[in-house]
Design a binder for this molecule. Structure first.
Ligand SMILES: [Zn+2]
Length: 114
């Protein structure tokens, strides 16, 4: 993201002179004093669009918390769901052969050999 676009997004959200609310905690951000980033309300990895309405300024610290407590776990889950959908992930727990049993093809069931 260009510095110009970053500032433009901040300006779009301004409620006062160089002050805009944090999109996560609601507290004001001062453009030149506070450390802030442009937060994607819906993460890019979750197919959020990279458009200005999906972006808003957030305190650096607020955004770090959101990224690690909400976005990353959801992104990991989305990747697991996609892998399962594509068939590239084995089920975590399949059917386990009972101990000491073998499959009898004629009977079409497991029989114990003991
Ligand atoms: Zn904040």
């Amino acid at each position: 993201m260009s510095a110009k676009r970053r500032q433009a997004i901040f300006t779009e959200r301004c409620t006062g002179h160089n002050v805009a609310p944090c999109c996560l905690c609601g507290e004001p951000i001062h453009r030149h004093e506070d450390r802030w980033i442009v937060e994607h309300k819906r993460a890019l990895a979750l197919l959020g669009p990279d458009t200005n309405p999906n972006c808003a300024p957030a305190h650096y610290k607020c955004a770090e918390v959101k990224t690690h407590t909400q976005d990353l776990p959801r992104i990991r889950k989305a990747k697991r769901q996609q892998a399962r959908h594509e068939g590239t992930k084995k089920p975590a727990r399949g059917f386990q052969t009972p101990a000491g049993a073998v499959f009898d093809w004629r009977l079409r069931r497991y029989v114990t050999t003991v």
